[in-house]
Structures are given as C-alpha cells and as structure tokens.
Design a protein around this ligand. Sequence first.
Ligand SMILES: CC(C)=CCC/C(C)=C/CC/C(C)=C/COP(=O)(O)OP(=O)(O)O
Length: 401
Amino acid sequence: MYRHLLGNSCRSFRRPYSTVSRPAFTSFFFHNAQWKASARPTSSVFPTAQISAVAQPSFKRLASLTPIQLCKVYAQLAKSRLTFLVVLSAMASVAVHPFPTTLPVLLSTALGTTLCSASANTLNQIQEVPFDAQMTRTRNRPLVRRVITPVHAAGFALVTGVAGPVLLWTMVNPTTACLGIANIALYAGVYTWMKRKTIANTWVGAVVGGIPPLMGWTACGGHILPSSTSIHLFLPSFLTDGIASSTFDPSLIDNPLSALALFTLLYSWQFPHFNSLCHIMRESYAQAGYKMIPVFSPEKNALVAFRHAAVLASLSIVIPLSGLTTWTFAITSMVPSFLLLRTSHRFWRHTSEKEARALWQHCLWYLPAILGLMMFHKQGVEWLDWIGVGATPQREEHESS
Ligand SMILES: CC(C)=CCC/C(C)=C/CC/C(C)=C/COP(=O)(O)OP(=O)(O)O
C-alpha cells in the first residue's frame, strides 16, 4: 500500500541514497571530511528542504562544550533510554537466575552491557546520519546537528566497544563478553545495513534485543546451549519436585529452556512494540528509505505483531515449565498476556493508527509487568518466608529437627 511512498522517496533521493550506500567505512570518512570542511551538507546528500530545520554548528561549538554537555552528547550517542532498557533486561535475567551472584559480577555485567550497547548505538548513528536527518524523531541526534565529529564519535564507539567486552571478559566470563561482541557486530554491522535493504531487518533487530537477557543469564554462570549430559535438565522441575514443593535444585532450572524463554520474551516483545511504532511512523521511514514492514504492507506488519503476542502468551506455560517460576506464574501472567493478545488482535483487524498507539502503550507496561511477575513467582523464593510470616516445608523441617 505504501510502496508508492518508498518508490517516490527513493527516486527523489536516488543520488544521496547511492552515495551513502557505499561500504560503511567509506561513508564514514566521507561524512567526516564533510564535517571537517564545516560546509553545509550538499543537497546531494541532505535534501535542502529536509536539512533546513537542522542546526549547523561549527567546530567552535564543539570546542566550547562543557564536560557536562559532552556527557550529554555521549548519552545521546549511546541512545541512553534504549541502553537503559537493554541493561534492565540483562539485570532481569540476573534476578530470575537460580544461582546467586556477587556484587562485583552484578555491577560489571551492568556496566559492561552499558558500554557494549553505547558502542553499538554510536556505530549505528555514524552510519545513519543522512537518514536520521530526514526523520523528525531522529534529526536532533548529535551527529546530524554536528555537535560532534564522526571521528570523535568513532573514538567513543571504539573506547566503549573495547572497554565493555574487556570488563565482561575479566570480571564476568568469556561467554558473556563474546555475546556482547557478537551483538555489537549484529546491530552495527548487519541490522543497520539491512534496514535499507530488506524488511527482514526487523527479525534481525529482534535477535539483537533478545541477546542482553542471555548476557545476564550467562553472567550468573547459566548455560545457553544443551550439553550431551544435560538433557535431563530439560525435565520441568514440577515433574521431579512436585508442584507445591519448595525444595528446589538450581541446576534443574539452569537449563537452556530457561535461557530460551528469556530470549523469546525479549525477542517476541519487540514485534508488537516496534511494529506498532513503525506503523505510526511509516511515512517518515519510507521517506528516509528504510525498508520497514508497514511501508510495504501495514496488514502484514499488524499480523506479525499479533503472531508474536501469541508467542508471548505461550510463555505463560513455557516459563514455569522451564523451572524458572512456580506454576502460579502461569495463572497471574495470563492477565497481561490476554490483554496484550486482545490489543494486538484489534490492531491486526483494524490496522489503524489509534489501535497502533494503544498497542504501543500496552507494550510499555507489559514487559515490566511480566518481568515483575517472574521475579515474584521465582522458583525457590518464598516471599512470605522472606518477610517472616511464612511456614515453608523447609522451615518446618528445620524447626522440627
Ligand atoms: C549488548 C549490546 C551490544 C546491546 C545492544 C542492544 C541494542 C542496540 C538493541 C537495539 C534493538 C533495536 C533493533 C533497536 C532499533 O534500532 P534502530 O536503529 O531501528 O533505531 P533508530 O531508528 O532509533 O535508529
């Protein structure tokens, strides 16, 4: 339906599009040279009508940045709100993991993930300056406003991109560091490139968002791959312990199914969240030349969001089955999951902006609600016992012995 929009935009921006779709490193030096010349971007790269609203500062402005202003620029390069969500999703995995962790490991995981995410987001922005300049949502980014040079931004990406994995490797473990490195490459190398090539980018982007919970999982010593000797670990703990039993064996929960459930939660959540946002902004995505699903088919976009809402609903069963939570999670999580299914079904049926907005807002509270419920129903945690009013079988055993 919106193919005509993309067609028109690609035609009118044919020269800039071909200029910037050269290999990322070439376009990086190209933009840096342009920045250095402090010249107004030529209309072959930034259409004049679009760029007129963008401030054009000089080197002087960069030199006059105070340390606090520079920190704010770094925070914008790191997409601080997105990075905060990424770190929260990693920390949520740490919280629901059955093995206890230490404060240094916890802090190193949080800081290491922050640095990796900052690097990935900066590398993404370095490559997208001409495209970000064309969208209202992104045209205030520091590289577009030229408050920082691409070389300076690349330096920031390099320092954070080395410091993050080194911190994870030395203070946490090599698996977590490798996941961080792989995710930087996937986001800044593969996803960013795919955004302008194929609608398949959405699925790759969802993998990028699903990896941080795995980093939290491995940071606690958790496994993400089945080993030949750990097949028995797939057995749900209720088969071995009994549903109401409070005696639990952490090694039964540290199984790849638990890791897969955490990955799937973040992976599938991004579809209703991102597809609804994308639907609202489809015209500006088309204008900038991004190949997003609703630019081509709003109906398919809404269907994909609905399908993943159904996957999220199935996690109400998979998560307790993996042993991460008790079976009461299956009951309590049904409420937010059912509501999400209903909102995404309406979006699929009507494919309207109103329904897209409702779904987007729903997603904002759905994720914290589910993660909160997972922590509340975490296997082996007796909240009543914790606040001193419970009488668990373990306590009774202890008291009678
Ligand atoms: C540990 C580590 C490396 C974590 C990285 C996590 C990360 C960057 C997740 C982003 C997920 C995603 C696809 C966002 C959309 O980017 P976009 O480029 O479409 O957003 P934009 O349009 O705002 O630029």
